[in-house]
Design a protein around this ligand. Structure first.
Ligand code: SF4
Ligand code: SF4
Length: 96
């Protein structure tokens, strides 16, 4: 019997998200992001919640893994508020 190794995209696809519509648990100030020199969030977020669109940093909380990396690594103060999702919302990690 062999065990199939899954890549990051496949592993992320196993997770289940219950999105708290209209209540983002992380707030990002786009104006501050526009002045941020490093924009490390584009690289460090394992779920790629931060993406460049029309040269602007866009943030989407729906696929957040609640790891806290952006809270620690944000160098331009653009992450203005970071909380875990409200009870019953957020990510549920699942194994294959
Ligand atoms: S908490 Fe983790 S997964 Fe969620 S947005 Fe920040 S870096 Fe990405
Ligand atoms: S590191 Fe922080 S301030 Fe800089 S672009 Fe990302 S979220 Fe915005």
């Amino acid at each position: 019997m062999s065990i199939k190794k899954l890549g990051p995209e496949e592993l992320l696809a196993l997770d289940k998200f219950s999105v708290d519509e209209g209540h983002p648990h992380i707030l990002v100030d786009k104006a501050l992001c526009a002045t941020c020199a490093l924009q490390v969030c584009l690289v460090v977020c394992p779920a790629r919640c931060y993406r460049l669109k029309d040269d602007q940093v866009n943030f989407e909380y729906a696929g957040c893994l609640e790891c806290g990396t952006c809270r620690v690594m944000c160098t331009g103060k653009g992450v203005t508020s970071w909380n875990y999702p409200r009870a019953t919302f957020g990510v549920s990690f699942r194994c294959s």
